[in-house]
Structures are given as structure tokens and as C-alpha cells.
Design a protein around this ligand. Structure first.
Ligand SMILES: C[S@@+](CC[C@H](N)C(=O)[O-])C[C@H]1O[C@@H](n2cnc3c(N)ncnc32)[C@H](O)[C@@H]1O
Length: 243
């Protein structure tokens, strides 16, 4: 998805990039591979992610800094492009994060962000999860990302960038196939405890977890070879800082 997004941005080669909420560095990696940047600085408030990104991305053009999206450690108008992948819905003050990204880029610079499409269920692996969980447990409805993250829709994402004062704001759907080799391949990531759905699984007593797992096993589509062919869609937005 990060690669789709970077291609969609179509930024001029060169320039200094900022990757806000870089996590393990997926977006930074895509920028390095596809956008010919002069430099990329990734920031994230999680020390573990920053350490991981530093260890795994050793390209001399990239560096990683511990910081929060609402208080970026960058001087005004010093970057060419600021991007953020699958992050802004986790930031309690997303308008402030968007304003910070805008502040960090030069006049005429690009700000881009993408979030999963929870609004229309385009992130099918997660939609299937919450459909099954809510059918078994009405309390799960409030934990569903579609409810918790109203930013994850076309219009709210657009409004966020427009609200930050960006111009020429465009939002597009970008998608990738997410084919799981079998049920275990789909289910195992939900056992990691991190993120809304895995945290919900971790909160369930063993019998309820088994019930949920078996409901999902029978609900998910199957291809003839036993794989689970799903699709993931995100809303990708870009805008320009007024020149
Ligand atoms: C789903 S991950 C996405 C990571 C990466 N951008 C990617 O596409 O793989 C969400 C990231 O947002 C980061 N995050 C959460 N709150 C944040 C905040 N207030 N400021 C910056 N990053 C934040 C998390 O630490 C995590 O790395």
C-alpha cells in the first residue's frame, strides 16, 4: 500500500521528506525505493519502532527520530514532502498533526496521508473480523474501527487536509489484494495483542476466542486452493501548501 501511495503522490525527484508515524519504516522504504529523495526523516513516538526502523533501514538518506505527530521536531517550511501512512486516526488531535505536517513543508510543498477505508468496509480482513465479533458480542460494536475511527473515510480525510489550509486537496481510493494462504495465516496476526482487533481477542476468555475463530473460519471466502482472497482499500489524500 505504501508503494501505491508514493506512486500516487508523484512528487518531483529529490527533496527532503518527512514520514510521520513511520512505525517499522514501510513508507520510508517506499519513498527511498521509488521517489529518489535526497533525505527522509521518519518520526514515531514508539521507541521500539524507531529502533527497529534504524536497524532495518540503513540507507544513508534515511534517519529516524523519536517524536510525536502533534509536535514535530522540524523547523518551519524546511521539507519538500510530509507523508503519513495509516497513522492519523490514532492521533487524538489529528487536526493538529495535519497542521504540523503543513507547517513543516515549504510553500508549494506536498502533504499526503492515507488511512484504511473503515467507513465503507474496504479493509476486508478487519471488516470480516468485526462482523463476526459483533454477531457474537454486542459490546464489540463499540470497538469496531468503523465506529472508533470516523476519520477513516473519504470526506473526513479530505476535510482534515482542507482544514490544515492545504490547497488542491484530492482523495483517491488505493487498493491491494490481501490473499491469505489459509485460515491460520489470516488468524495468527489477531493473536499478537497489538491494535484494536488483537487487543479485543486478547480480552476474551478461551471459549469465546474459539467461538469467534470458528465463526470467522466458516464466514471467510475460500478459493479452490484453500486460500482466502480478500482486498484492502485505503483513502489516500494529498494537498499542497499554498505558495
Ligand atoms: C499502523 S502503524 C503504521 C506505521 C507505518 N506508517 C506503516 O505504514 O507501516 C501506526 C503508527 O502510528 C504511530 N503513532 C501512533 N500515535 C502517534 C502519534 N501521536 N504521533 C506519531 N505517530 C503515532 C504508531 O507508533 C505506529 O507506528
Amino acid at each position: 500500500m505504501a508503494r501505491r501511495f508514493v506512486r500516487l503522490l508523484d512528487a518531483a525527484p529529490g527533496g527532503s521528506w518527512r514520514d510521520i508515524g513511520c512505525g517499522t519504516g514501510a513508507v520510508t522504504r517506499a519513498v527511498l525505493d521509488l521517489a529518489e529523495p535526497e533525505s527522509v526523516v521518519g518520526i514515531d513516538p514508539s521507541a521500539g519502532y524507531v529502533q527497529y526502523a534504524r536497524r532495518n533501514i540503513t540507507d544513508a538518506r534515511a534517519r529516524f527520530v523519536l517524536a510525536d505527530a502533534v509536535n514535530l521536531p522540524f523547523a518551519d517550511a524546511t521539507a519538500s514532502v510530509a507523508v503519513s501512512g495509516l497513522v492519523l486516526n490514532f492521533v487524538p488531535d489529528a487536526p493538529r498533526a495535519a497542521a504540523e505536517m503543513t507547517r513543516a513543508v515549504r510553500p508549494g510543498g506536498l502533504v499526503g496521508a492515507y488511512v484504511w477505508d473503515f467507513e465503507e468496509g474496504g479493509m476486508e480482513a478487519i471488516r470480516a473480523f468485526w462482523d463476526a465479533a459483533s454477531a457474537l458480542d454486542p459490546a464489540a460494536r463499540d470497538l469496531d474501527e468503523a465506529v472508533r475511527f470516523p476519520l477513516c473515510g473519504r470526506a473526513p480525510l479530505r476535510e482534515l487536509l482542507v482544514g490544515a489550509g492545504l490547497e488542491d486537496v484530492e482523495v483517491e481510493a488505493i487498493g491491494v489484494p490481501t490473499r491469505f494462504s489459509g485460515f491460520d495465516d489470516y488468524w495468527e496476526p489477531f493473536l499478537g495483542g497489538q491494535g484494536p482487533a488483537p487487543a479485543y481477542v486478547a480480552s476474551l476468555p478461551r471459549e469465546r476466542r474459539v467461538e469467534l475463530r470458528e465463526r470467522l473460519r466458516s464466514a471467510l471466502p475460500r478459493a479452490a486452493d484453500g486460500s482466502i482472497p480478500l482486498h484492502a482499500r485505503a483513502w489516500a489524500a494529498r494537498g499542497r501548501r499554498t505558495a
